[in-house]
Design a protein around this ligand. Sequence first.
Ligand code: 5GP
Length: 185
Amino acid sequence: MILSGPSGVGKSTIVRRLIDESHGRLRLSVSATTRGPRPGEIPGEHYHFLTPQEFAARREAGDFLECVEVFGRGHWYGTLRSEVLPSLQQGIWVILEIDVDGAERVLEAFPQAVTIFIAPSTTEELERRLRQRGTEDEAGIARRLEVARHELDRRQLYTHQVVNDRVDDAVTAIQTILSDHGMQA
Ligand code: 5GP
């Protein structure tokens, strides 16, 4: 299952709830990134934090299912094969929280993936949440809003779109989509 949506839309909260309530049937693919940890982020749990050199070496070794440089001159993010394939082989669903470029690449390899786009109720609401999070400076917020506009333009790529107005409603909507695709809760 691929879940995308603009930065600040509340994906991480939704993902945590989905996994907590899945009775072990859904596992998170922990991405690798070259960005540094935010306060409270735990290596190996939120991301595998790699140096640019480590990331490049793993890329050359073919360890990634997909990887992209998100935010232009910013940081690299990627899905490690080792985070996805062993679970799928065991019949466990894997959730990939990745951007639209990454989603396109994963769909080439796994056209059967369930794709869900999380949208904000309004772009003003998204901006408010990004500011409230307090993890970005003004330039960072502006860059993320610019990327968000591009992502919102491409949301038609996704089979399902869920507006994150209230987290409870968004989680329930996604659980329904997953059970319609055969995932038993
Ligand atoms: P953040 O830095 O806020 O954690 O994430 C920034 C963006 O990177 C989000 O849009 C997120 O979906 C995307 N992202 C996180 N992990 C991956 C990944 O493994 N691959 C791709 N393509 N994008 C990712």
